[in-house]
Design a protein around this ligand. Structure first.
Ligand code: B12
Ligand code: SF4
Length: 533
């Protein structure tokens, strides 16, 4: 059959989702012909995450010379019709996260309008967490709940051989008499070694380009293990485990070392990779013997610099040594919030402040570039808790602090709480955006939250004597704008140009004096005295 994948991406360039990179070769092996329609380069009105990251100085400005990152002046309708005419699919597979539902609906509408006989199957988190909402849309024929590795080929067999979709585990559809039928789920897929190698041949070559330290690298996306041992209240892992129940087999799964090393060598040689991003939710949450064998084999046989996400709980001298041996360039780790009540009771994160500080210290000392994840605007957030988050980052010293806004994903405990509490309208179609919060909090205004997040790196990385100036820059008046521009210029020179470490030169005293003078000339002297302390 001719199968068209649709990736409803709205704001991320430079990634190749594993789901499509796995399902495409699986379907090819079953004799199907596959193609991809990718919405990344169509302007759907969302701010690109790399551009926003540069704006708020999460990372260095990239020189995009020679790389066309512009969104095309076109629409989903025009480009999709061209693809439908060229490829003439019999089945369309839409892979949509919750934030991409509207894009996915539009794609499904256009496909059915063009040819109503095309079967449309949705998969990924949107339909897994909200099957009713998705399948109420009459353009969509099937939803795959949870994992699709085995369910998708089985449903396609049904289409070809007249089988009954009722027999296909994980599939959901509208019943003739009304209502939605969700078939039982099969256990978690265990045999990762039996999967084909990731296939990126369908993707636009621009998804291979990843900015790193202001320069483009040829980057791959991989996962060595699936699943996370934790159950944070804002994440998909807890509802997924609840959905599958206790008898679905092991949730934490991984490739054997031999198998993943072979695949990584293949990907390195096929695509000329000089960076790999491992998307494991906690790269170091693996048994010690496994990590030791992986470190040894990876350093000997693959040796491509890589970036990974870890949890402070699993960072110690030994794991840092493994990372170092594997040529790890960069590690990201969740801090999320500096307030202990919010972190432990609201988010249900398990790591302590001490563990966070210790983990960053060990990684920094090993010379691995560190960045922190922080989630701002969570329910109960106040100015004070935001400041505590900046303070914990100051103590932990991630080289590049990163911050995003909390978004209430349906099905997560904290998402549902935010909706019940009226912080977010359940009927709203507002999605996660890089540059603005979606919750309305009674504990802090949206303007203050945005002003704080826009200056988050300044609060974390600049010496304490700058705090009042940064605070003054939050006001949206002429002085605020001038101060912000000057503060970022200082930040660029003394932090971004020095690998995330504050490193002033002899001009710094004049520069801070100028800022103080701008605020109130009369208080310049007082400020200058303070500066000298
Ligand atoms: C890798 C990853 C990323 C990568 C790649 C994202 C991508 N588009 O693939 C990057 C770093 C880019 C990323 C970014 C973000 N991510 Co992310 N990410 C993940 C992560 C850790 C793993 C996903 C993965 O690849 N798993 C392995 C593959 C094989 O499994 P899978 O994707 O689930 O696919 C299986 C099934 O879902 C199904 N399936 C998938 N697609 C399809 C399609 C069809 C037609 C069918 C039938 C079946 C099917 O079959 C697959 C095989 O079994 C998940 C966490 C998780 N536990 O899933 C979060 C997750 C998907 N991310 C999430 C979020 C919120 C984000 C960001 C918004 C974060 C941010 N603040 O910027 C951005 C937005 C990204 C975007 N626009 O695409 C949320 C999504 C929540 C939701 N309800 O939608 C998750 C679930 C984490 C969480 N917080 O709960 N992410
Ligand atoms: S540690 Fe990260 S991936 Fe794991 S449950 Fe918590 S938020 Fe999700």
């Amino acid at each position: 059959m001719r199968i068209l994948f649709v990736w409803t991406n709205k704001d991320q360039m430079g990634y190749k989702p594993l789901a499509i990179a796995l399902l495409a070769p699986i379907l090819r092996a079953h004799g199907h012909e596959v193609a991809l329609f990718d919405t990344t380069f169509i302007d759907t009105g969302h701010v690109d995450d790399t551009e926003d990251g540069m704006r708020v100085r999460i990372f260095k400005k990239m020189d995009w010379e020679g790389h066309d990152r512009r969104k095309k002046k076109t629409t989903i309708q025009i480009d999709l019709l061209a693809k439908l005419i060229e490829f003439r699919p019999e089945v369309v597979l839409v892979s949509a996260l919750s934030d991409e539902i509207q894009i996915g609906f539009e794609v499904s509408r256009v496909v059915k309008w063009w040819d109503s006989s095309i079967q449309i199957i949705w998969g990924n988190k949107a339909v897994t967490t909200e099957p009713g909402r998705i399948l109420e849309n009459r353009n969509i024929d099937f939803g795959c709940i949870g994992e699709g590795i085995e369910a998708v080929p089985e449903l396609l067999w049904c289409f070809q051989d007249g089988g009954d979709p009722e027999d296909v585990q994980n599939m959901a559809f509208r019943r003739d008499g009304g209502g939605i039928q969700i078939n039982p789920l099969r256990p978690y897929f265990q045999d990762l070694d039996s999967l084909p190698y990731l296939d990126w041949s369908l993707f636009d070559r621009r998804h291979l380009i990843k900015p790193f330290d202001g320069k483009p690298r040829v980057g791959g996306d991989s996962m060595i293990g699936w699943g996370c041992p934790n159950v944070c209240t804002y994440c998909i892992n807890e509802p997924t485990r609840e959905l599958y129940g206790n008898h679905a087999g092991k949730y934490m799964r991984r490739y054997s070392v031999d198998r993943i090393i072979k695949e990584l060598k293949h990907l390195r040689d096929t695509w000329g990779l000089n960076l790999i991003i491992f998307h494991d939710e906690d790269f170091t949450a693996k048994p010690d013997t496994y990590l030791a064998a992986l470190a040894e084999a990876y350093s000997r046989e693959v040796n491509v610099p890589f970036a990974a996400m870890v949890n402070a709980k699993h960072i110690n001298e030994k794991t840092v040594e493994y990372l170092k041996r594997m040529n790890c360039l960069s590690v990201s780790m969740g801090i999320e919030t500096g307030n202990t009540f919010l972190r432990k009771s609201v988010l249900k994160r398990t790591e302590t402040k001490e563990e966070i500080i210790n983990a960053f210290t060990l990684l920094n000392e090993a010379g691995i570039r560190t960045s922190s994840f922080n989630m701002l605007g969570i329910p109960h957030e106040t100015r004070k808790t935001l400041e505590e988050t900046a303070e914990l980052n100051r103590l932990a010293q991630p080289r590049f602090p990163n911050s995003v806004y909390f978004y209430p994903y349906k099905g997560t405990k904290l998402g549902d709480f935010a909706i019940q509490q009226g912080m977010f309208d359940p009927n709203s179609t507002a999605v996660y955006e890089q540059d603005r919060p979606t919750l309305t909090l009674s504990t802090i205004s949206t303007e203050e939250l945005v002003a704080f997040r826009d200056r988050f790196v300044l609060y974390v990385k600049m010496p304490k004597r700058y705090q009042k100036i940064i605070r003054r820059s939050e006001r949206n008046d002429n002085l605020g704008i001038i101060l912000t521009r000057k503060l970022f210029s200082i930040y660029d020179d003394y932090v971004l140009e020095h690998n995330g470490i504050w490193n002033p030169d002899e001009r710094e005293e004049d520069r801070i004096r100028e800022l103080c003078g701008l605020i109130t000339p009369e208080t310049t002297k007082k400020w200058n005295d303070e500066v000298k302390k």
